[in-house]
Design a protein around this ligand. Structure first.
Ligand SMILES: [Zn+2]
Ligand SMILES: [Zn+2]
Length: 344
């Protein structure tokens, strides 16, 4: 079968590999759709030894069961499913609480992270990772598993702060951010302020229900402050779906005293926290800062429910498998609006 593999650090190529055989407890999934995630670029850019090579990329996946391995019950060939990408140890304190995204044994273990992912014609995954999707299209189901789940989890962490009529700032209306806007609109009564450098992304945010859109730039903080009023008030929740130095500066400049700042994106920026800071915009007192990671299986089930209710829909741009390297190049150049989805 064809697969897109990380063959060496920085090298992504299409290769021919044997079709996997599902082991005990696993299913063989015929890949229907694979979201291209910024984390894949981090995997590509990582130095040797951090991720296994060769490894098929793709951790945001949905497909059709082709074969079930020994001992699998509840799934049969032809069933369609979304895949929860994390594989926790199942035994640690966090996993026992259902927080496999905080597993204390397996650092960032998962499909397309520590074992072959979905950028191939088939992938073998533990049946326990599958969630039914009903009649959802596979190209819609795949982005739910990360681009949908990650902001949903961040929003869940701030659920008590998302009071009616308060403000939530969403920075970065890309793969995650455009889902965050929809989740906020569908599940809260907050005013959503969307921030992005791209006018197309802001137009998308407005179409999806954002109440205010602000072009990122030198006067972005001032524009957001016009909506929120001066400190120590501000946004009750800020979701930084980019996570660069510039966006984190904006984030801490607009979050309210006692507000929630969620560093969701992995662009590698630094969030300096110290009690007094004259030289930089400080994180306000009592602010709750947190670095969410992906989400839980239970949350993914809820994200799928939102999509099935028709209130969460990824804006997708599709590519055939052989164009996966091109899709990642476009993602790196910032030319993807919404989510790039590869259709093997
Ligand atoms: Zn991802
Ligand atoms: Zn664990």
């Amino acid at each position: 079968m064809r697969a897109i593999q990380l063959t060496a650090p920085g090298t992504l190529e299409q290769v021919d590999v044997p079709t996997p055989t599902p082991g005990p407890g696993e299913v063989l999934l015929a890949m229907g759709a694979v979201g291209a995630c910024h984390s894949d670029l981090h995997i590509l850019d990582a130095p040797a030894g951090v991720f296994p090579t060769p490894m098929t990329l793709g951790h945001e996946i949905a497909g059709t069961v082709a074969e079930v391995g020994p001992g699998v019950t509840g799934w049969a060939p032809g069933d369609q499913a979304a895949v929860y990408g994390i594989i926790g140890c199942g035994r640690c304190r966090a996993c026992l609480r259902g927080l496999e995204n905080q597993c204390r044994t397996t650092p960032v273990g998962g499909i397309g992270l520590s074992r072959d992912g979905g950028l191939a014609e088939y992938v073998a995954v533990p049946a326990s990772r599958l969630l039914p999707i009903g009649t959802l299209e596979l190209v819609q189901a795949a982005p739910l598993t990360d681009a949908g789940l990650t902001p949903y989890h961040a929003i869940e962490l701030s659920r008590p702060a998302l009071r009616l009529g308060t403000h939530c700032v969403v920075i970065g209306i890309g793969g995650l951010g455009h889902m965050a806007v929809q989740i906020l609109v569908a599940t809260t009564a907050v005013h959503v302020i969307a921030v992005d450098t791209s006018p197309e992304a802001l137009a998308l945010a407005a179409r999806l229900g954002a109440h205010h859109v602000v072009q990122a730039g030198p006067d972005a903080v001032e524009q957001i402050r016009t909506i929120l009023g001066p400190p120590p008030d501000g946004a009750d929740v800020v979701l930084d779906c980019v996570g660069a130095d510039a966006t984190l500066t904006t984030a801490r400049s607009v979050v309210a005293t006692g507000g929630h700042l969620r560093l969701v994106g992995l662009a590698g920026g630094t969030l300096p926290i110290r009690p007094t800071a004259e030289d930089i915009p400080p994180v306000p007192f009592e602010a709750d800062t947190r670095m969410p990671f992906w989400g839980t299986r239970a949350e993914l089930q809820e994200v799928i429910a939102l999509a099935q209710a028709g209130v969460l829909r990824a804006d997708v741009q599709t590519f055939p498998l052989e164009q996966a390297p091109e899709a990642y190049a476009k993602l790196r150049r910032g030319e993807i609006h919404g989510r790039a989805v590869i259709v093997p």
